[in-house]
Structures are given as C-alpha cells and as structure tokens.
Design a protein around this ligand. Structure first.
Ligand code: PEP
Ligand code: CO
Length: 447
C-alpha cells in the first residue's frame, strides 16, 4: 500500500556495506537519480512478454555472464566475446528446440556480491570482505576495502557504455544470420566442438540461401539481421537500485531502470526484509534464487508477495540446489507450486550449488556436476509435466580455466592456475558453455 522506491529502508536488510561518509553517499544517490535511465520501461515489458512465453514452453530462457563484472576487465573484447558466445548457444538451442531463445546477460550492472563472511583473513590479517566493484576494491588492503559511494557512479557509467556496445553489436550487423560462422571464437574454432558448431552453421547457411532464393533476406526481414540481448543483475545494493527507479510516464508504474530484469539472491530473500519490499513495487520482470533452505510454504508466500496477480512472465524462479540434492529438494517445491496454480518461469542455475575447493586450493566447479544438475532439472520437469523454461549460467566468452572437467576443454585441478581470472565465482569458459548447450539441446530433443 505504502510502497515507495525508498520504503525498503524501514526493513531489516542483509549484505549491505556500511558507508562512512553519509553526506557523500547522499550526494551520489541524488546525482544517480538525475542520470538518464539505462533501460526503457517498454523494453522491460517486452521482456516480460517473452518470459511469459518461456514459462508456457514456447521459448527458452538463456541467462548468463560473469559472476561479477569488474572495472579492471572492462573492454570491448570481453563484451563482444560474451555476445558471440550467447549467439552461438542461441543457435544451438534454437536449432534443436525450434523455439526462440530469450537472451538475458548477467551484464551491464552485475557488480554487487553477497558474501558468506563479512571479513576475510589472510596470514593473520583481517579485513572487510570484497563486496563487488560497485562497493569496494578487491585488493587486500585496508584502503581498498572501505566502501566508496563514488563506485556507484563508475558502475553506472560502465553499465551504460556496456549496454551501448551490446545494442550496437545486436543491431549493427554482428548478429546477422549470414555471419553465424564468425561467431565461432578463435580458441574454439579448431577443436571438435568448434567443428560441430561449424557443421550446424553450414546447415543454417543452406537455409539462408534457400530463403534468399525465395526473396527473403536480411534487407527484407530485419529478424535475420538483428537480435536483442537483455540485461540483468542481482539487485543487491538497494541504494543504487532505488536511485535508478523511475515512474513510467505512460503507465504510472515504477521500474528499476538499471536493467531489464533484476533478481534477488538466495541470501537476501527473507520475506520480512528489505529486498522483498523493494521488489514488490517495481514492475520489471524479476527473478528470485531458490536454494536448498527454501521451505514449501515459504515459497508460496514468496510467490504471492512478489506476484500477487499471478502475472505470467513476472517471476522467474532460479533453482540452485546442487547436483547431489536437487532430486530430493526440488520435486516437493515444484509440486506445491504446480498444485497452487502459480505462474512461474522455472529455470536452473547449476553453478551456485556446485562450488567446491580443488586440491590446488582454487574455488571451482566440476562440469559433470553442472551437467548433472541440469539433466536432473529437465527430468524432474518431464516427470511432473511442467515446463523447464531455461538456464542461468556463470560463463565468459574467454578461454579461462576456472571450472574443471568437460570433454572439449579438459581442465584439471592442476591446470586451474593457468588462466584463473574470475573476480568472484568460477565461470564456464566458452567451450564448456557451448558443450553444455549441445548437451541441453540433446536432452530437450530426446525429451
Ligand atoms: C550469484 O548468482 O552470483 C549468486 C550469488 O547466487 P546465489 O544468490 O544463488 O548464491
Ligand atoms: Co556467483
């Protein structure tokens, strides 16, 4: 009833920084509130319609990108490589399912990180944890770890520039279906997976030639020439999200204009706390992580709080249980939501329940566990007669060594050190992500 963009401030809240300079914080918030929105409300509405289709099984949601974006890794190549990877995965999934793929990047705003501990200790020195570049610095020094309000301005600028380039690539020709071969990334091209992708591209080429002969080409059909990549992030730092919240002049509704889609993390989804309050009032399509501690009744209450009108496409539930427990934890939740007749877009995040420590000391994830959780998710939905609508991944278009396993990119515990670049959690590299999409497409077509 009494919702405003700032009403979350009256509720308990987790995972927030303590800013020392409140005056500076307020001046940054004021400034951000006057900056142009990064996205336009109509785009968020269009994404909601597409997600509604995914929820009905008429489209497939592919959401992915960095665990955390950083100020230091901000360059055109990283953005372009992620988009190319998304386009490749899009092709693989679209070709096998015959359904459109809704592409949503964890990009252009994915800067704030929940942490398992408020402090980090190295060699007897204890400092506040790194909480993402929008809050403080990753360097292990006292100075870097002080939350700096000005980082919000930097994050805003980087998000705007990132989305600008994504729009240019998506509309300016890179996404043209006549260029499917060019999306193959250099370091994949010559491995068996790259070849497999090339074979698929050849088939698409043939279809394009056939269509061109019928008079249908990129000039006559813009769908062949361009694509849409939506943006999303975890709306964790509510000072930033509040400042980016705008009332749409057409409908009078409130939108968080920092991204098309926002989600609530597994650690901040408490029903009586600030994040739920904030999300209740924004009209964007939203997501919420569903981890092992979620109760059945709690889930129904959460759905009713976030989507009281049972609107299709409004709420995506991102399941992240872990390969070893999903078969026990997930079916009762799914059954309960099905019985209650709630419209939900179910998607699987096979990353956050499958974190382990390698013998070489790195935080990693094993490809077999990732794949297994995805397969179990699809099998559970098949068994229940419900729609498995999509996948949510931490991945990069670069050739990193952060997750172990997979046949295309056999990374061992020992080789993790060679290109371990992530700012936070280990990501699938481009080969692993592409391999996973081929496997998902097989699972879907067999199903
Ligand atoms: C994330 O998606 O980066 C994340 C922190 O996930 P979760 O909230 O599911 O732990
Ligand atoms: Co993560």
């Amino acid at each position: 009833m009494s919702w405003t963009p700032s009403s979350w401030r009256k509720f308990p809240i987790k995972q927030q920084p303590t800013y020392q300079d409140q005056e500076l914080l307020q001046s940054v918030e004021k400034k951000l509130n006057l900056f142009p929105p990064i996205i336009f409300a109509d785009e968020a509405r269009r994404l909601k319609e597409k997600l509604a289709r995914a929820g009905r099984g008429e489209a497939f949601l592919l959401q992915g990108g960095d665990c955390a974006e950083s100020f230091s890794d901000f360059n055109a190549a990283n953005i372009k490589n992620l988009l190319k990877l998304m386009l490749q995965m899009n092709m693989v999934l679209m070709y096998s399912t015959g359904k459109p793929v809704v592409k949503v990047g964890r990009i252009a705003g994915q800067f704030a990180k929940p942490r398992s501990s408020d402090f980090e200790e190295v060699d007897g020195v204890k400092l506040p944890s790194y909480r993402g570049d929008i809050i403080n610095g990753i360097e292990f020094t006292e100075e870097a770890r002080i939350p700096n309000p000005y980082n919000m301005i930097k994050a805003y600028n980087q998000s705007a520039a990132t989305l600008n380039l994504l729009r240019a690539f998506s509309r300016g020709g890179l996404a043209d279906l006549n260029r499917v071969h060019q999306w193959n990334l250099d370091f994949i091209k010559d491995n068996p997976l790259g070849k497999r992708y090339d074979e698929l591209s050849n088939k698409i080429d043939q279809s394009m030639k056939f269509m061109a002969a019928c008079g249908l080409n990129s000039d006559t059909l813009p769908q062949l020439h361009q694509t849409t990549m939506y943006t999303s992030h975890e709306a964790l730092l509510l000072n930033y999200e509040e400042a980016m919240t705008r009332q749409d002049s057409e409908t009078g509704k409130w939108y968080d204009c920092s991204a098309h889609m926002l989600w609530i993390g597994d650690r901040t989804r408490d029903l009586n706390e600030a994040h739920i309050e904030y999300f209740k009032g924004i009209d964007n399509p939203i997501g919420c992580k569903v981890g092992p501690s979620m109760g059945e009744d709690e889930l129904i209450e959460l759905i009713e709080a976030l989507n009281p009108e049972n609107e299709e496409g409004r709420l995506t539930l991102i399941v992240r249980m872990g390969a070893s427990i999903i078969s026990e934890k997930y079916p009762p939740l799914l059954q309960k939501v099905k019985d209650a007749g709630k419209n939900v877009v179910w998607t699987i995040d096979p990353m956050h329940g499958n974190v382990e420590k390698s013998s070489s000391g790195f935080k990693t994830r094993n490809f077999d566990n990732i794949l297994s959780e995805v397969e179990q998710f699809f099998a559970i939905h098949k068994e229940m007669g419900t729609v498995a609508a999509g996948i949510h991944l931490e991945m990069t278009g670069n050739d990193v060594t952060e997750c172990t396993g997979s046949t295309s990119s056999p990374i061992t515990d020992e080789s993790l050190a060679s290109r371990y670049h992530t700012q936070c959690d280990p990501r699938l590299n481009a080969s692993q992500a592409l391999e996973l999409s081929f496997m998902i497409s097989e699972t879907i077509t067999e199903g």
